[in-house]
Design a protein around this ligand. Sequence first.
Ligand SMILES: Cc1ncc(C[n+]2csc(CCOP(=O)(O)OP(=O)(O)O)c2C)c(N)n1
Length: 592
Amino acid sequence: MYLNGGQIIFNKLIQHKTRNVFMYSGGAIMNLIDCFYNQHKINYFINTHEQHLGHSATGYARSTGKPGICIVTSGPGITNMITPMLDAQNDSCPLIVFSGNVPKNNMGTNAFQEAPAVEITKPFTKWSYCVDNIDELEYVCDEAFKISQFGKKGVVHIDLPKCILSNKKKFNIHYFKNNKVKNNKVKNNKVKNNKVKNNKVKNESSINNIINVINNSKKPIFYIGQGCNDYVHELRNLVNKSNIPVTTTIHAMGIYNETKPLSLKFLGMHGSVYANKSIQESDCIIALGSRFDDRTTGNLDLYALNAKKAFEKNTGGIIHVNINNDEIGSIVNTHYNINSDCGEFIKLITNKIQYKKRIEWLSQINHWKTKYPFTYNDTSTLLTQDVLKMLNKHLINKENYLFTSGVGNHQMMAAQFIDWTQPRSFISSGSLGVMGFGLPAAIGVAIGNPDKTVIDIDGDGSFLMTLSDMKTARQYNLKNLKVLLLNNKKLGMVDTWEKLFYNNRITATDNSHAPVFYDVAKTFGFNVLKCDNKKDLNKTISEFIKTPGPLLCEFNVGSTECFPLVAPGKALDDMIINNKNTINMANMETPS
Ligand SMILES: Cc1ncc(C[n+]2csc(CCOP(=O)(O)OP(=O)(O)O)c2C)c(N)n1
């Protein structure tokens, strides 16, 4: 029996239990796409642009834990994929991208729809490889699944010259009878170099040392990143058992229920005053599965000075646990480092960590919580924060919902004004910050989670970038997809920076020529709602919850800034808290 290259890959996708793929066709990839004709083993979804399908695959992967599979053509197909691939890589999302390319003997001739695909993607993927020979294909596919998911998750790009996809290879009948992933023996030097290490905690004495540091500290704090998202029960158990307060990155929100007293919500540039202040005040920062992204540290020279002092006095320090060794010590000179999967580390320390009442430390934090909650300048005009607060009030069973967002003030305000109670429930472009992520990502989340309702919280600027994907939501009749559009008729977040840091020189942030989104969504076949004032807010949100998708609700909102804000170059606890006041908590007396 002979199979061509496309059929070999298709067979491999089935072996790896792939259920859903996101694709966009074109000449160079047709041999692979043709395999999806008239079969019921793998569902395929067609977005309106390769960038959109990349974000859909990302939303799918981040909400299900399975790798997102993308199939695109050569040239513009793969170049349109660069943004979602970089976004997925930076946010540690497992993605496998198959791209077509021109036949091998046309490569380097500037042929029609030729792009130096591997050269473009190599610098930012976990593995980027152009298949050279049909005999490599099975091994390459198995490696793609392994590498994308192993250790710190990320992106694998497999480039497929058209001749490889159309060439045929003979298989014997046993291959089809025993359709399981085998340890393929084909060796290829170029492929062999891609080793991923499984990092385990090896040194027991270093663990005991860390436990002593935590147990002897006076003001410990957990700083949790998405590396802990697979260990919710373990992490919650550890926090409760130790009575240590916890703050998270945006990607780890909900891993510890934010309605509980020990939660300090998220930290960083727009994070809570009390989380930022607690990090700065702490004598022992326990960073698990996070990477000290600059948005969470502020000015590094002024970061965590108390924990650094405590280390010098042997009374504390900064502990960093990360599965990726390259990220340890790369931004902050941490004092106690463990290169390990967080779950394993949590398991090792939970029984040895001491419960302490921490009366002084926790009452100090509570004082900051009461004095500096997330707040805004409430006016008679409907504002983004009003809408999000009301949404939060209406969402009784949060475990039934998943959220995506665009990038901007609406994204940060969603992080602030929704109480996150479940991990992996806010799927947003964190590191790369890609406007336009919200709708296509919501499509992938909705496909991967048919039992949940997916709400894309979006801004007018972000939504305009990818709104053609309303076609896709309608095409697959995604009844569980809803868009909550916050239309302030401007690129709000940048507008704020122009006001605060560019002397009010408002340039290139006006969006008043955007269409009436309510009408546009209707044309795409969406159910539609709208709301222009506070009076109708309660009623509109309750209709929004009840109305099936695909649905868009346009909220015409006034202009508002997102505070607190750590200005560029400032310390984490030097925050602008509203348009009249800056507090530098580093200079403040802390009540005891
Ligand atoms: C693709 C892309 N281009 C530019 C930016 C820079 N940027 C960050 S936020 C923002 C404004 C977002 O406006 P909108 O989506 O309307 O949200 P708002 O801030 O008004 O809530 C811009 C231009 C970006 N993050 N992504």
